[in-house]
Structures are given as C-alpha cells and as structure tokens.
Design a protein around this ligand. Structure first.
Ligand code: AMP
Length: 220
C-alpha cells in the first residue's frame, strides 16, 4: 500500500505518518529526515540540501526523485510505504507515478492535512525533536512538552530545534508550499485518491484523531 502525506509544513504530516507506521506496519519515509541526516553527517548531498532548506526552498527535483527511487527498491518497503514530504511538486508526482507503474503499483491514498496558518506558525516555532535518529519523537514546548525540559521522554536523548523552524523560514516554506506543492491537491483529487483532513486545536481534531480514523477505515 502506498500512502502519501501531503500538506503545508507544520500540519502534522510527520506525527500522523509515525502513528500510521506504528498501526499499519508500513515504513515512514521522510525526505526531510533523509536530508537532515545528510546535513548532520556533512555529506555532499547534505551540503547541497542545506543551501535550499535554510532558505525555505525545495531541494531540486532530480536530486529528490533519485533518492526516493532508490529507497523504493529496498526490501523493507515492498509491502507498503508512507511517504512523508514527497512528492512536493507535480514533476515529482509524475516521476513517482512512473516509478510505481513499472512495479505494477500505484498511489493508494493521499492524506492531505490542513491547518490554519496562525496555528502552523505557533506550532512550528515551539516544535522540538528528539536528536536520536532512531527515535525522532516530536514535542511541542507549549502543547505537548517533555516531562524534563530538553530531554526526550522515550529515549532520554537531547531535544533539538530544527534550524528551519523559525518564524522567518516558516513563512517562505509556506509560500513555497502554496506555489509548488498545493497543485498536488488537484492532481490527486483528479485521480480519486485524495482524503483531506483538518488538523487543528481550534476544532479539537489532532493528528492522533486523523491517524485513528484512517486506520479504522483501512481495516474496515
Ligand atoms: P520536511 O521535514 O518535510 O518539512 O522538509 C524539510 C525541508 O526539506 C523542506 O522545506 C525542503 O527544503 C526539503 N524537502 C523535503 N522534502 C522535499 C521534496 N520532496 N522536494 C524538495 N525538497 C524537499
């Protein structure tokens, strides 16, 4: 089963994807995480990615598509995958369709998350992430703080703030989303695989609720 997480930054794609991975057993594959790991390790890919990510821009399509194409060959994702943050452009979506078609597969569900912009900004600036690559649990210092400040409840590693989680960069990330990624809503709507869910404190509908509803529907 191929599931795609779509939505502006800070809508909860990573949180919902992690919950779905736990419930459904399909791997969550986040292109953002792959880039951040490469930045941390100082690889050539990391240096290239960093020059775009720090400005709130997208890493070029050819680079990103190649990474996902080779990840899709690995044995642990043959039964299913939850793509978190890919595709982000129509060119990426078309490339993904071609790659999947060659394997006799297709995109089964696109989970499109929406959140009011004020809430996105609030959420992103107070987001902290576990620095342990195997854990990566996401906290919010206001809404969902760890028991001990700066320390992950689950594994005890240090919590860090993403370098692009600041008010200035989030504004360009939202603009990039509107320009380059939002056309995918129509793209997948036309394919009949789009499911849109609002994730918002305002209506008391959070990532956990969305994940529960999706799992319930898939297991029906
Ligand atoms: P994320 O962790 O999904 O918020 O991604 C962090 C940053 O990585 C984005 O703001 C982009 O700069 C870059 N990135 C992640 N996924 C993609 C993608 N599919 N295409 C291009 N750039 C990406």
């Amino acid at each position: 089963m191929i599931i795609i997480m779509l939505g502006a930054p800070g809508t909860g794609k990573g949180t919902v994807a992690a919950l779905l991975e736990g419930e459904l057993g399909y791997k969550q594959v986040s292109t953002g995480d792959i880039f951040r790991k490469n930045i941390q390790e100082g690889t050539e890919l990391g240096k290239l990615a960093d020059s775009y990510i720090s400005k709130g821009q997208l890493v070029p399509d050819d680079v990103t598509i190649n990474i996902v194409a080779s990840r899709l060959e690995e044995p642990d994702v043959q039964e299913g995958i939850i793509l978190d943050g890919f595709p982000r452009t129509v060119a990426q979506a078309e490339a993904l369709d071609d790659i999947l078609a060659k394997k006799g597969k297709k995109v089964d569900m696109v989970l499109n998350l929406t959140t009011p912009e004020e809430e996105i900004i609030e959420r992103v600036v107070s987001r902290r992430i576990c620095s342990n690559q195997q854990c990566k649990t996401v906290y919010n210092v206001v809404m969902n703080p760890p028991k001990q400040e700066g320390i992950c409840d689950k594994c005890g590693a240090k919590l860090v703030q993403r370098q692009d989680d600041n008010e200035e960069t989030i504004k360009s990330r939202i603009a990039t989303y509107m320009e380059q990624t939002s056309p995918l809503v129509e793209y997948y709507q036309n394919k009949g695989v789009l499911r849109t869910e609002e994730v918002s404190q305002r209506i008391n509908h959070l990532g956990k609720d969305v994940a529960d509803e999706v799992v319930r529907d898939i297991n029906k």
